[in-house]
Write a protein that binds this ligand. Sequence first.
Ligand SMILES: C=C(O[C@@H]1C=C(C(=O)O)C=C[C@H]1O)C(=O)O
Length: 434
Amino acid sequence: MLSYDGESLDSSENSNILEEFREGESFFFRSEEFAFLTSGTLVKVPDTNLTCQSFEQTVMRTFEQAKHLMSNKTASIEPPLVVGAIPFDRTKPVNLRIPKSVKRFDPQTRLSVDAVEATHSLSSVKEVVSNWTTTHMRSVPNGDAYKQSVSQALDLFAKTELDKVVLARTLEIGCDQELPVSKLIARLAQSNPNGFIFAADSSLNQLSPRTLFGASPELLISKKGAKVFSNPLAGSAARSTSVTEDCNRAEALLRSTKDLHEHALVIESIVDTLSPYCKKLHLPGKPSLLKTPTMWHLSTLIQGELKDSETSSLSLAKALHPTPAVCGNPTVMARETISRLEHIERGFFTGTVGWSDINGDGEWSVTIRCAEKQAQLLKLYAGAGIVEGSLPDLELAETAAKFGTMLNALGISYSDAINYSDMGMSTSTKTKVA
Ligand SMILES: C=C(O[C@@H]1C=C(C(=O)O)C=C[C@H]1O)C(=O)O
């Protein structure tokens, strides 16, 4: 492992690097290619948002400031990185910073939070943080209200030009103590070996520190030199523990006209946005399947070669965000529909989280399968794309299945979740607790 200061750390099979994670100060990111933990803030990107004309210049100025501050250091200094999260709403401020130090490690490293866990499989936070219990769980909006919003969206498809809208809900989980984010990240990293694992400060002010963390399967954009990649996902089915049923669901998804349409809208929009930047753009003729431990998705890997290799990954993220995978189509109408029908504040959920270096090389994943921690409260987020042919019950169940990524990490079973909250499973399996 290497840090900015040229500090060299042992590269071993297991790493306790997450012990150094400090909420409010650290940023963690792991993709298939890169993994690092940062600490401190050298320079914060001043308040700006994706609608600002000067967004890129503001980031560049921050890099220049950081270079100046780092110029006193020794020759082994690595180039600075800008890291952080961008919210769903393009008019809201981004939360980006250039950290004081960056420790890189091999993405294959098995992460743990102490030496004992390093040698044992970390099965769930319920086992690692002994004796913690949930004080409450509640879906906001509740299942019926969510289904009603889906029905209202379906009416709009018939009456307006709206083709697709993504509607989300949250699952609030109260804990009887503060859970360490480091352990949750370790668990997510172990059980989602192919996902983008992230943890970022999402505080809006110093008084209420918040941390956003998750395991996203979706890549908004990555850029290395002239090469760009985007891996949009749209069209989903929950995994099954029965192998036969699991295969059936995957095959049904690949053939589903509704899901293929939902997927095609996303691909078309991303290709339209990337085309002017690229001299070559390649994509397969049809979507393939991508699986996470909890979900199947329709997936398309888009690869391009930039006309100008200096185009920054952040400029591309700015151009693409929000894609119809998390917003809808047409974008403006979908955004208005979300603000009218969704009844939650998305914040950084369905934004983008990642990093970029001074040359613009970087990775920005879509901020999904995540939760935000504020003291003893965890807020889990999940959304589903609604198109003509969507059924309110199934969309509610899809959001429930998407909560599974985080529930698994927490060691909360579906049945526990159903007992305590309106999770949106079929009413026959629901046991309400007074
Ligand atoms: C909004 C979410 O996921 C998005 C919606 C999907 C869908 O509707 O099929 C699939 C992947 C994501 O682009 C989420 O996971 O919360």
